[in-house]
Design a protein around this ligand. Structure first.
Ligand code: 13P
Length: 256
């Protein structure tokens, strides 16, 4: 059976002291639930990773760690960047690749997303490849085309033997931080477009997460009524009880 995956993307929030506090609170809440088929991950800022992994190890919390970004090169003169090997050494399991904020605010192109996804999967971690259309693209009925384009490029350098190290996050740009999540119809259509971009040579189909204004009120319906395998949660992951509620509801409603 496939396991659902719920990742909390903390974005640029939580200094290392706050991060320790949040992961401890979350760990206690998550440990109190019987999560038979849901994996929980948090994606803190880089400077928190060591502290968060230490707390998880010391307290044996049922939470894994994700990074929000990485550079595709092995090492070198890339001031301000972090390598795949550095994250791997810290015990990071998942890396977000091509989040829409990286694309729109920091000039991350499809080609860079492609190199990064290849480097992460080759380096032994799982790439959470983010895709999603803008409001204008949606209005022009271009969602399918945009998702296929983004993903075909993102997948193009991934070695087939690493295809089980890929997760896709569908995050419509217009839904992120807006308070309005996509409908289950929107999400189901996007999942079809995503499926059609998966190379036919891949023996396994990646899990698909939904992200964009996910909360404890809408997550149950989304996971029940669309083909997603979990969530990439922003704002609602910054409070332990909100995030833990999303995890519990996902576990209860997810049946694949
Ligand atoms: P919100 O849940 O705050 O809309 O953010 C979604 C997101 O960008 C997660 O990566």
């Amino acid at each position: 059976m496939t396991k659902a995956l719920v990742i909390g993307n903390w974005k640029m929030n939580m200094d290392y002291v706050e991060a320790i506090h949040l992961v401890q609170q979350l760990g206690v809440l998550v440990r109190g639930q019987t999560l038979d088929h849901t994996e929980v991950a948090v994606a803190p800022p880089f400077v928190d990773l060591r502290s968060v992994t230490s707390v998880i190890e010391a307290d044996r919390l049922p939470v894994v760690v994700a990074a929000q970004h990485v550079h595709s090169a092995d090492a070198g003169a890339f001031t301000g960047e972090i390598s795949v090997a550095m994250l791997k050494r810290l015990g990071v399991k998942y890396v977000l690749v091509g989040h829409s904020e990286r694309r729109s605010l920091f000039g991350m192109t499809d080609a860079v997303v492609s190199d990064t996804a290849a480097a992460v999967t080759q380096g032994g971690m799982t790439a959470v490849i983010c895709c999603g259309e803008t409001f204008e693209e949606r209005e022009l009925d271009r969602t399918t085309e945009v998702l296929q384009h983004q993903l075909q490029i993102a997948f193009s350098k991934i070695n087939t033997k690493n295809c089980d190290r890929v997760v896709i996050a569908y995050e419509p740009v217009w839904a992120i931080g807006s308070g309005t999540a996509a409908t289950t119809e929107d999400i189901s259509l996007a999942c079809k477009a995503i499926d059609s971009a998966i190379p036919s040579s891949w023996p396994t189909k990646p899990r698909i997460l939904y992200g964009g204004s996910v909360n404890s009120e809408n997550c149950g319906s989304i996971v029940e009524n669309s083909p997603v395998d979990g969530f990439l949660v922003g704002g609602a992951s910054l409070k332990a009880d909100d995030f833990s509620a999303i995890v519990g509801i996902t576990n209860a409603c997810y049946r694949r």
